[in-house]
Design a protein. Sequence first.
Length: 319
Amino acid sequence: MALVAAITIVPVNIAQREANTVATRMAVRVNDGDVCLGARSLRTPGQCGTPTARPTWFSSLFAADDGPDPRYLTCIADPGPAVPRPCVFGSTDSQATKIALVGDSHAARYLPALEPWAHQQHVQLIVFLKNACPLITAQEIGPRWDNSQKDRDGCQKASRDILKQLTRTPGLTAVLFANRTRLYHSKRHPLRPNSIEPTMSLLRDHGIQPVLFRDVPERYSTARPQAQTGPDCIAEHTDPTTACSSSVLNRQREPDPMREAAASGSVPLIDLTSAFCDQRRCYSLIGGVSVYQDDNHVTATYMKTLAPQLGQQLTAVLP
């Protein structure tokens, strides 16, 4: 009787134990350079079976917790009057090349790939991040929802302050702009190419190369305040290939002021679409890894596996 009571008092959380096992497995496979893991599986066709198939060991609990390093999260300012403080990653050498990363929470999701790249390339990465604010224009911009005047004023002030800091940073060679572009498809205060172009000109006038990131695909073509997450969808379907994917046509048709501004202003564009989509669909599960932590933020593990593609594109466009 005493033994039964003891077993009842200390229950085993099977789901959490499985998630911990998967976390360990993923870390080992990332570090070992497993060519069939995540985005790497798309670069080795024929070697990895069906990249979009769900593995038997998939853990939605791990995927839902597969977010950025807490160090990155402390850099993100909240909506409203808060102005982002600069965070510095990569090389600490005073002679290192200086590059800035500027944007919202989607910009933060590149850091699991950008930080090791910065160390490898002898780059000091200066980061400015603010939630629900693209930090790319001095004009008034607002998201599709929760769009208060206080938040718009805070975004506009933070953007102006950071642009000033960027132009006054000695030795800064380039600025990478990344954001959840769909979030700013608002009716009253949208992000448009002509609101981005003055910033590109300002930086170039100061000898700084601007670089724009085309936003990653999301589970849904339109940003939603409430949506089913990628991990939940994958957990519900034995074969998530179709059920948890979206048509690539949605990607091609959506308004994209970042891409348009890059084209009209001859600004380099980083486009990682091929790491998320084939010619027909964009997927939520690739190479055994959940692409999304929710419905739009890329998991840390998936971002680490596409580091080679990101590094190659950056090396090609940076001065």
